[in-house]
Design a protein around this ligand. Structure first.
Ligand code: FCB
Length: 452
């Protein structure tokens, strides 16, 4: 037994990271368009103004995906490209761009998976209070409705939000991402609650305005946890640690706070007790909206913490040994997370799972032979996907895997200094060069992961 016949072997990107603004595109500003212009915020002053110029080069990029044999492609829509003010007037140029992209994908036999929000908050909405303003629930819902209306005749898979942990934590708690605020902790809980309500409203509006039955999911993140040994005690330690509540200073790095309300209809009791003094009013109606049923669960998984049960029966995070393997951006390499993560998540949430992101940053260079020999990425992928296959064999219902990323792109505050792509981008010329891993992934898709 192995991966399903219709397993969605895919790759993922996001709009701000690849599109570029585009000439006369009519796009409105989002918080990233504004934030990158502030001095000292982004590595060497890089911006996403041009990025991979995907706005003009999407045909070439879809051709690459086709040649790679991708079955699915996860991309995001820039809210401010289709609704420049976040609400009201529609930018038909923006709709036309995504229409052409969707058509090109379908023509290439690639299933489009749309993410509604990969951090592209329209700047006008931000000026109205953004996630602090509870009216955003309806604004986001209206935007979701528009997307359903315009695309669901051809697109049937949607994700609402990408990584609320990051856009609230990095955007408003430690301020390294747009809009770069260090807001009072109490406000971040209010925003988080509005975020979850907006998710629920988007699920409703997608379905209400859809032209045919659609499938809707959610794409949060969080460090996974895996046991030091496979003893029942260590496994239990990893399970408990995965759903445990972080300290206040770091509170958004949390799986259960963001997923329990969506999937189980309530916030975790441990969090209610721990964060009590900072919480906004939470009503039964809010929870009903937040838990509007979804069809599948997406999870972005990059790494995990190793856990053991200590002698007093408390989960403990095991310190990594000296010289522990790491990616170019210092993330630990922990393939076990693609086995234990989906397993624990399915146990708790009981939904089909998509790995909505996974991958690594490498110090990729074009070698003298003109090729990009990213053996580290191939090794990483082989290890992680082997672990994922083990989960599949154990009966976890995994429907797809989206590699982050299709191509190198704008890595937020690190600018272009981190390369996560299967395809190398020379930003001076916009030339795309297949890395060795892209060929490897193509072959793996071809044999549906049999050789893993
Ligand atoms: C995730 C983001 C994605 C990219 C990868 C490396 O947190 O969703 O946009 O930055 O990390």
């Amino acid at each position: 037994m192995g991966f399903r016949k219709d397993f969605a072997w895919g790759a993922a990107t996001s709009s701000y990271q690849i599109e570029g603004v585009g000439k006369k595109s009519g796009k409105g500003m989002n918080v990233w368009d504004v934030y990158v212009k502030e001095q000292g915020k982004i590595y060497e002053g890089h911006t996403g103004d041009i990025a991979c110029d995907h706005y003009h080069r999407f045909h070439e990029d879809v051709a690459i995906m086709k040649e790679m044999g991708l079955k699915a492609y996860r991309f995001s829509i820039d809210w401010s490209r289709v609704l420049p003010e976040g609400k009201g007037k529609i930018n038909e140029n923006g709709i036309a761009f995504y229409n052409q992209l969707v058509d090109a994908l379908l023509e290439a036999g690639i299933e489009p998976f749309i993410t509604l929000y990969h951090w592209e908050l329209p700047y006008s909405i931000y000026l109205k209070g953004g996630w602090m303003n509870s009216e955003i629930v309806e604004w986001f819902g209206d935007y979701a409705g528009l997307i359903a209306e315009r695309f669901s005749d051809r697109v049937t898979h949607f994700f609402t939000l990408n990584e609320p942990q990051c856009f609230i934590g990095l955007g408003y708690l430690n301020g390294v991402h747009a809009p770069g605020l260090k807001a009072p902790v109490r406000d971040t809980f209010q925003m988080a609650h509005n975020v979850l309500k907006a998710h629920g409203r988007a699920v409703q509006m997608l379905r209400i305005r859809a032209k045919q039955p659609i499938q809707v999911g959610y794409a949060p993140t969080g460090a996974m946890c895996y046991p030091e040994t496979e003893s029942p005690k260590d496994i239990e330690a990893a399970r408990q640690q995965l759903f445990a509540m972080e300290d206040l200073t770091n509170w958004t790095w949390n799986v259960a706070w963001w997923s329990d309300p969506v999937l189980l209809g309530h916030y975790p009791q441990e969090g209610i007790d721990k964060y009590e003094a900072y919480l906004p009013p939470i009503t039964p109606n809010d929870l009903k909206l937040i838990s509007e049923p979804i069809d599948f669960y997406g999870q972005n998984i990059y790494n995990g913490k190793c856990c053991r049960m200590d002698e007093d029966g408390h989960p403990q995070i095991v310190k990594r040994y000296e010289g522990f393997p790491r990616t170019a951006n210092q993330w630990p390499i922990t393939p076990e997370c693609l086995y234990w993560g989906p397993k624990f998540l399915q146990e708790r949430y009981d939904k089909p799972i998509y790995i909505t992101e996974n991958g690594m940053s490498c110090h990729d260079v074009v070698s003298l032979d003109g090729k990009v020999h990213d053996t580290f990425r191939i090794d990483f992928l082989a290890r992680y996907l082997k672990a994922l296959k083990r989960a599949v064999i154990d009966g976890v219902d995994i429907r797809g895997y989206f590699h982050w990323s299709l191509m190198d792109n704008f890595e937020w505050n690190y600018g272009y200094s981190e390369r996560f792509g299967l395809v190398y981008v020379d930003y001076r010329t916009q030339e795309r060069i297949w890395k060795d891993s892209a060929y490897w992934y193509r072959d793996l898709i071809w044999e549906n992961g049999e050789s893993l």
